[in-house]
Design a protein around this ligand. Structure first.
Ligand code: 5GP
Length: 180
């Protein structure tokens, strides 16, 4: 990208910080699922870069499947009303399912998703989210593996977008939403 977009305020997480934390998450997940096989469900589009790095840091066999969901919301906030635009290709009954998410903000999207996946009777169902904004959701949102807890600022980069832009940035940035 030539020159920095005026909406990009400051890097919140550098490439090196992300790399190190993703490697550590890979080790945690490998330990937690030792001797088992993982069925990874990735929520597109935001999770795709995290997923690509994470699965290369996990040392148990895994398969990957993708969902595309859209949450109806005002601007940059979700409402918890979720529509499945693309469902998983394969059934997950009896599988050890790990949902890989980019970010949990209010937790509404994740709660909906977990309720939906639970009805398909997986053997286990856990969540790994790169980012979490604990100030925005109750502690009962069950995120087993968290990359970073961040303040309640809108962030982009490393897969996360603002109006489809900035996904390609290797760092995570806070943005000035008035300058998008
Ligand atoms: P929730 O339902 O937890 O409020 O929102 C979840 C979804 O909203 C995320 O999967 C993501 O698509 C979007 N979202 C929430 N916070 C942010 C943010 O800070 N940056 C970006 N790019 N998307 C966000």
């Amino acid at each position: 990208m030539s020159g920095r977009h005026p909406a990009l305020r400051a890097p919140l997480l550098t490439e090196a910080q992300i790399r190190e934390r993703v490697a550590a998450l890979g080790r945690e997940i490998t330990e937690a699922y030792a001797g088992r096989e993982l069925t990874i469900t990735c929520v597109l589009k935001g999770g795709f870069i995290f997923l690509a790095d994470l699965v290369r840091a996990i040392e148990v066999p895994c398969t990957m499947d993708f969902m595309v969901i859209s949450s109806y919301g005002m601007g940059t906030r979700s409402s918890g009303v979720v529509r499945i635009l693309k469902d998983l290709d394969a059934p997950i009954d009896g599988k050890d399912v790990l949902v890989v998410e980019d970010i949990v903000d209010s937790g509404l999207t994740l709660s909906y998703l977990l309720r939906n996946l639970e009805t398909r009777r997986p053997a286990s169902l856990e969540v790994c989210s790169l980012l979490s904004k604990p100030g925005r959701h109750d502690n009962d949102v069950p995120i087993r593996f968290v990359g970073f807890e961040i303040p309640d600022d809108f962030v982009v980069g490393y897969g996360l977008d603002a109006g489809e832009r900035f996904r390609e940035l290797p760092e995570i940035w806070t943005v000035d939403e008035t300058r998008l």
